[in-house]
Write a protein that binds this ligand. Structure first.
Ligand code: PEP
Ligand code: MN
Length: 337
């Protein structure tokens, strides 16, 4: 149920409504928009019949949320969520670009890469420390050592950092180092993990599962939001189809569909979608054209010798050219980059 409060509702009035809802046993989620406060009452809605919400002071409107995803639904908030990451605003007019290597390999190559992507205009640095590899014999990442190197790259550049969390047991350590927690495609329906990051105090970038529908994707985001963490970025990264010409099939239509369904920011990762560096640029530009709020792009100073995903990684010089091209597309759709 959504409870829309009157524009002039004071904190005292808000607290009173919250207390009333909680007294029925339902959980409460408060969303303070620019214009007004909206309260989400989550749980068994029949319990709300014990109180007459409409009659409470400050309440303007009470509406059921018809979608199975509640807190992340567009019905819950008409205004888009903006995540402010030390001044880097995600979900606002400016498109944000996350760039960096697939995995953290060494201090020198990471800092070199960080400086180059920053010079090209990227606003967030990526780098995997815990890697979800298909083969157990492939490079699995540097673990905590990789997180420490990311922190050094952040110190050298000031760029906020994102890295993937695979195991709930690593939540605390990852939160110590990263600014955004990444949940990878393979873990989109790892509900224990989603619950864990829902309790964390860091924004979460949730990647769409390899074979997940948009509804399943949103239900996974709901798991995170239901624990109190509403700072969620959704990232489309290609889905499994019959097509084998590309690593996955980038579902560009997911962007406008998700824009209708949710107020959360939407990113596109063209690198994991196509799997080949020369196809990254056209899809990155298309992503901006269809309304994505940001991109995640793999960049490596020496892709030929990368320990992971070299074939889809852009050299920093190619990335810089792409950024210039993307700026033009962004302007043409009323965005900045
Ligand atoms: C990644 O971003 O490093 C990654 C493994 O991506 P995905 O989970 O989309 O495969
Ligand atoms: Mn990768």
């Amino acid at each position: 149920m959504i409870i829309v409060l009157k524009r002039d509702a004071t904190q005292e009035v808000i607290d009173h409504v919250v207390e009333k809802i909680k007294s029925t046993g339902l959980a409460v989620h408060i969303s303070k928009g620019k214009e007004r406060t909206i309260i989400g009452a989550i749980g068994d809605e029949t319990l709300l019949s014990q109180i007459s919400l409409e009659a409470l002071p400050g309440v303007e409107n009470v509406m059921p949320i018809l979608k199975p995803y509640k807190l992340v639904s567009r019905e819950f908030s008409k205004e888009g969520t903006v995540i402010d990451l030390q001044g880097v605003c995600i979900g606002d007019t400016a498109i944000q670009v996350i760039a960096g290597p697939c995995s953290v390999e060494s201090k020198d190559s990471l800092i070199d890469c960080a400086k180059k992507v920053q010079a090209a205009g990227a606003s967030i640095l990526r780098g995997g420390a815990f890697k979800p590899r298909t083969s157990p014999y492939d490079f699995q990442g540097l673990g905590v050592e990789g997180l420490k190197l990311l922190a050094e790259a952040k110190k050298a550049t000031g760029l906020p950092i994102i890295s993937e969390l695979m195991d709930p047991r690593d939540t605390e350590v990852i939160c110590e180092y990263v600014d955004i927690i990444q949940i990878g495609a393979r873990n989109m329906q790892n509900f224990r993990l989603l619950t864990e990051v829902g309790k964390a105090k860091k924004p979460v970038l949730l990647k769409r599962g390899l074979s997940a529908t948009i509804k399943e994707f949103l239900m996974s985001a709901e798991y995170i939001a239901a624990q109190g963490n509403g700072n969620i970025i959704l990232c489309e990264r290609g889905i499994r189809t019959f097509e084998t010409a590309t690593r996955n099939t980038l579902d560009l239509s997911a962007v406008p569909v998700l824009k209708e369904e949710t107020h959360l920011p939407i990113f596109i990762d063209p690198s994991h979608a196509v799997g080949r560096w020369n196809l990254v640029a056209p899809l990155a530009k298309a992503a901006i054209a269809v309304g994505a709020d940001g991109l995640m792009i793999e960049v490596h100073p020496d892709p030929e010798n990368a320990l992971c995903d070299g074939a889809q990684s852009l050299k920093p010089s190619k990335f810089a050219i792409l950024m210039e091209e993307m700026k033009k597309v962004a302007i043409s759709v009323g965005r900045t980059l």
